[in-house]
Design a protein around this ligand. Structure first.
Ligand code: PEP
Ligand code: MN
Length: 332
């Protein structure tokens, strides 16, 4: 249940009610909210009369639910805004990982020349093998910060667990919670305390309920700027790396108030399908796309098979403007 208290409710009274209801207190939309389990369906009259509005929720998808707030939340990345009523589709591109200064500089310079505003690259890579490249760690974050200064790009980079979450929060403009970190409570709670936008990737074995509940950890921690990223789930199919759940995207658009970003690169796993999928994603009217691009994909240190080269990215990017326009959106 979400209990929106009257303005100017005495803070001691707010605290007492929260303790009584075992509720989380959060400030949102200029109000104090008490957030309880969705199992709570009725309130004692003395608490009911302190409330301006009460939302009885079906499940623990609460702050993220369109039932609580139909209007899509806005996320601000510097002076770029997505969500709300903007009809913006944000392009995010960059390599899977920061490898060397010349590699990331080459992608940053290319992205900047194309008019792309947000550069992606991982520096803490959650690999499935301990023998693979694990990322440059702090050095990679520093290189990304250098690219931000040099090209005026915003930076999104991944946190894989709570051990380095503070460093990622410090350096990134958008904190990416990786698919494998979607359940990491330490990471989610740190993101809830952060005052930067957070993009949460869907764990590839997670239901939509679990996915959106991960966002609830961040929202109920007081951070309102959360984006959901569908990046493919595991199904019986093995010919593609994952299966991009576009039905799930339709669900998220209808039933949540969070901007939705799509990542066709990790879903497909192969370069040949990424551009077609990206156009299909754009046609779904989503809030952003995340596309892996590398100066020399075949030699990439991670995810070599799925990254686009610059020529492929340029052709894709140019084709997306008319697809976006056809569904009333603008690529930013
Ligand atoms: C990535 O974005 O490079 C990445 C590792 O993605 P995911 O967490 O979706 O696997
Ligand atoms: Mn990758």
């Amino acid at each position: 249940m979400i209990i929106q208290l009257r303005p100017h409710t005495d803070p001691a009274r707010v605290q007492a009610m929260a303790e009584l209801l075992d509720a989380i207190i959060v400030r949102q939309n200029g109000h104090s909210l008490l957030l309880t389990t969705s199992k709570l369906k009725t309130l004692a009259p003395e608490i009911r009369e302190e409330a301006e509005a009460v939302f009885v929720m079906e499940t623990d998808i609460q702050l993220a639910s369109a039932q609580y707030q139909r209007k899509k939340r806005e996320v601000k990345i510097g002076d770029l805004v997505i969500g709300g009523e903007t009809n913006h589709t944000l392009m995010i591109t960059g390599p899977c990982a920061v490898e060397t200064e010349s590699q990331i500089d080459s992608v940053a310079s290319f992205a900047h020349s194309m008019g792309v505003k947000v550069l992606r690259a991982g520096s803490y890579k959650p690999r499935t093998s301990p023998y693979s490249f694990q990322g440059l760690g702090l050095e990679g974050l520093q290189l990304l910060a250098k690219m931000r200064d040099k090209y005026g790009l915003k930076i999104i980079t991944e946190v894989k667990d709570a051990t380095h979450v503070d460093a990622v929060i410090e350096y990134a403009d958008i904190i990416q919670v990786g698919a494998k970190a979607m359940y990491d409570q330490g990471t989610l709670r740190a993101c809830g305390r952060a005052r930067k936008p957070v993009l949460i990737k869907r764990g590839f074995g997670s239901t939509l309920q679990e996915f959106v509940q991960a966002a609830e950890f961040v929202l109920s921690g007081g951070n309102e700027e959360v984006m959901l990223c569908e990046r493919g789930i595991r199904t019986f199919e093995t010919k593609t790396r994952f299966t991009l759940d576009l039905c799930g995207v339709a669900y998220l658009k209808e039933h949540t108030n969070l901007p939705v970003i799509l990542d066709p690169s990790h879903a497909m796993g192969y370069r040949y399908g990424v551009s077609d999928l990206a156009r299909a994603c754009t046609a779904m009217g989503v809030d952003g796309l995340l596309i892996e691009t590398h100066p020399d994909p075949d030699r990439a240190w991670s995810d070599a098979s799925q990254q686009l080269n610059f020529e492929e990215f340029k052709a894709l990017y140019e084709s997306l403007h008319s697809v976006a326009a056809a569904v009333g959106r603008k690529i930013v």
